[in-house]
Design a protein around this ligand. Structure first.
Ligand code: SAM
Length: 308
């Protein structure tokens, strides 16, 4: 993942204290790092990066309440919550599970964009687009229909890996992504007829009824807490016989959980129920891991639903 985000306090001395504190943190001297961060915060009370790092250290030291208080400061001092303090609060059980801050996702992927493909494909063995390709081909072949799509929408298109997997099967690809830096990379592939920098739900809302034959979401539903509004838009935008194919991380229980990697994992029975409620027909819901982490396969699902 990208290097830790740094938001300057605007005070040179406070910023320097922060840098020393980070050095100490990386060397493992957590109490000394916390002391220096407190000094930085005294100089610049709204220093978001210092609050966030202090919270992280408090968490590592097992100081639950102090960690929660510092994450809350990091959250309120940056209304967009680019560090994702809200997600840490959810993980600590201090806030109910909710959606991801958009500014956090955008900042994360803007930072990640230059190294995204090397890191995900080479280091984590990412295969989300290949899983979707295989599943879509198999659903089309079982229905005795050609796997050719005039108009496709790639939700959370990133650098364009899903469009590359489906390039020969799609005439007109539209990509939607929150991160302008990821979109720049997608544009450079030349695979997309249109690209929107937008939240995928807003991107879909701007599309006419029955205007897509295929909608893809490769490794993106892991950033969606509640699939219901998105599934409703997908069902509206798909043309009859159109497919929605996505990968998602999963867990053995019910409902949605926020994993250690700060991505949501969805229970299979919940995905099944939400698709049924959206009016789409489930064609495939199979266990499949789209990537590894720490040498282990991350549990996941590959899902294909059709609009009847
Ligand atoms: C892990 S990457 C996957 C990219 C691409 N689909 C692939 O398979 O390589 C997730 C992408 O989803 C985008 N994303 C996450 N949440 C989003 C949202 N709500 N709306 C639009 N894009 C989103 C991120 O910016 C990022 O580019």
């Amino acid at each position: 993942m990208p290097a830790r985000l740094f938001l300057s306090s605007g005070d040179l001395t406070a910023d320097r204290r922060f840098e020393f504190a980070r050095d100490l943190q990386l060397k493992g001297d957590l109490p000394a790092a916390a002391d220096l961060l407190m000094q930085a915060i005294e100089l610049a009370p709204d220093f978001t990066s210092a609050w966030f790092t202090l919270a992280d250290i408090r968490e590592q030291l097992g100081e639950h309440e102090a960690a929660v208080a510092a994450y809350q400061k990091a959250q309120t001092s940056d209304p967009g919550d680019r560090h994702g303090a809200g997600l840490r609060l959810m993980r600590l059980g201090a806030e109910p599970l909710a959606g991801m801050p958009q500014a956090y996702v955008q900042t994360l992927f803007d930072q990640y964009a230059p190294r995204f493909e090397t890191s995900l494909v080479d280091d984590l063995g990412y295969r989300g687009p290949a899983l979707l390709f295989k599943a879509v081909l198999s659903v089309r072949s079982a229905a005795r229909k050609p796997a050719f799509f005039k108009r496709a929408i790639d939700l959370g298109c990133g650098t364009g890996l899903a469009a590359a997997a489906f390039a020969k099967e799609v005439d007109h690809f539209i990509g939607v992504d929150l991160s302008p830096r990821m979109i720049e990379r997608a544009r450079a592939t030349g695979l997309y007829a249109e690209l929107d920098v937008a939240d995928m739900l807003q991107g879909l809302r701007a599309r006419p009824d029955a205007s897509a034959d295929l909608i893809l979401a490769a490794d993106v539903m892991v950033y969606v807490h509640d699939m219901t509004p998105l599934l409703a838009e997908v069902a509206r935008v798909l043309a009859p016989d159109g497919l929605f194919a996505f990968t998602v991380e999963s867990h053995a229980g019910e409902g949605v959980v926020l994993g250690e990697g700060l991505r949501y994992a969805h229970g299979a029975s919940r995905v099944w129920a939400l698709i049924a409620a959206s009016g789409l027909t489930l064609e495939r819901l199979a266990p499949a891991s789209a990537r590894s982490e720490g040498g282990a396969q991350v549990p996941g699902l590959v899902v294909v639903a059709v609009k009847r």
